[in-house]
Design a protein around this ligand. Structure first.
Ligand code: DAK
Length: 258
C-alpha cells in the first residue's frame, strides 16, 4: 500500500512503524492523513508478524493538532455528517499494542492521538498541550478525559483552560509518558521498547492491553471479573503451555501466537 501523508516500514522484526509525514504543516492531522493512518493501523493489526506498532512524526513535530485550515469554515452539520469520528476512532479498535514516539509539538489532536496509544516515549524537546481554547473550541478527541485520567484534574484543567504546554520532563513526572530521551535517540528507544513488546506471547500481549484499558472504562469489580476471564482464557493457548514448560525446562520460550 502506498501512502501520500504517512510512511510505513518494519524497522525490526515484529515492529511496524508509521511516520506522520506532512512536515511543512507540522504534521497537522488532515482528514486525508487520518484516513491513511487508520488504513495503515488496520493493515499492521491484520499482519500477524507485526506485534507492536510505533507511531511517530519528526523531530520538530509529532503533530500540531487536527488541521485547523480544514476545519476553519466547518459547520456543526459538517462535523456531524462528515465521518470524522469514525476516521479518528480507528486507533481505539486496534488490538496490537501501540507506542507513540513524540518529539517537538504534540498538540490538540496530536496530543489526543499520542494519548490514544498504549505508551509514550518522548524526546527532550517534546511539548504536550491542548491549546484548543485559543481557537474558541475545546478538545474533541479525549483531551478533557484521557489527559485528566493521566495527569489529574488540577493540571488538566489548567492546560485546557489556558492552553499551557507541558515539557517532556513535566509530562514524565506527571505520569503522562513513559520515557524521555535525547532527540537523537528517542525513536530508536521507542523501537527498542516496541521490540520488547513484540517479543512477548502475542495473545497475552493483546489481552494485557485490553485488560489495562478496561480499567478506564469500568468499575473495579467488573474490571477484575474481565481480567479473570482473560487470564483463564489464556490457559487454552499453546503459548501458555510453551511459556510455562520453558520456565520449568530453563529455556527461552518460542511463541506461536496460538
Ligand atoms: N493545522 C493546520 N496547519 C498548521 C497547524 C494545524 N494544527 N499547526 C501548524 N500549522 C501550519 C502553519 O499554518 C504553518 O503553515 P504555513 O503558514 O507555513 O503554510 C506551518 O504549519 C508552520 O507553523 P507555524 O508557522 O505556525 O510555526 P511556529 O513554529 O511559528 O508555531 C505552533 C508552531 C505549533 C506553536 C503553531 O503552529 C500553532 O499554534 N499551531 C496550532 C496548534 C493548535 O492550536 N492545535 C490544536 C488544533 S485543534 C476530533 C478530533 C480531533 C480534534 C477535535 C475533534 N474529533 C474526532 C471529534 C482536534 C482538534 C485540534 O487539534
Amino acid at each position: 500500500m502506498s501512502y501520500q501523508y504517512i510512511l510505513t516500514e518494519e524497522p525490526q522484526p515484529g515492529v511496524g512503524l508509521i511516520r506522520l509525514n506532512r512536515p511543512k504543516a507540522l504534521n497537522a492531522l488532515s482528514p486525508e492523513l487520518m484516513q491513511e493512518l487508520g488504513q495503515a493501523l488496520e493493515e499492521f493489526d491484520r499482519n500477524e508478524d507485526v506485534r507492536c506498532i510505533v507511531i511517530t512524526g519528526n523531530e520538530r513535530a509529532f503533530a500540531a493538532g487536527a488541521d485547523i485550515k480544514a476545519m476553519a469554515t466547518a459547520s456543526t452539520v459538517d462535523m456531524l455528517v462528515e465521518d470524522i469520528i469514525a476516521r479518528w476512532e480507528t486507533i481505539h479498535h486496534i488490538k496490537t499494542p501501540i507506542i507513540a514516539a513524540v518529539s517537538g509539538y504534540c498538540l490538540g489532536g496530536g496530543c489526543e492521538l499520542a494519548m490514544s496509544c498504549d505508551m509514550i516515549v518522548a524526546s527532550e524537546t517534546a511539548q504536550f498541550g491542548q491549546p484548543e481554547i485559543n481557537l474558541g473550541i475545546i478538545p474533541g478527541f479525549g483531551g478533557t478525559q484521557r489527559l485528566t485520567h493521566a495527569v489529574g484534574k488540577a493540571v488538566a484543567m489548567e492546560m485546557v483552560l489556558t492552553g499551557r504546554y507541558l515539557s517532556a520532563d513535566e509530562a514524565k513526572a506527571l505520569g503522562l509518558i513513559n520515557y524521555v530521551y535525547p532527540v537523537e535517540t528517542y525513536l530508536d528507544q521507542a523501537v527498542k521498547l516496541a521490540a520488547k513488546v513484540a517479543a512477548q506471547a502475542p495473545l497475552a500481549a493483546r489481552f494485557a492491553k485490553e485488560a489495562v484499558n478496561m480499567a478506564f472504562e469500568t468499575s473495579l469489580s467488573q474490571g477484575l471479573h474481565f481480567e479473570r476471564r482473560l487470564f483463564q482464557m489464556l490457559f487454552a493457548t499453546e503459548d501458555q503451555k510453551e511459556g510455562m514448560a520453558a520456565f520449568v525446562e530453563k529455556r527461552k520460550p518460542t511463541w506461536k501466537g496460538r
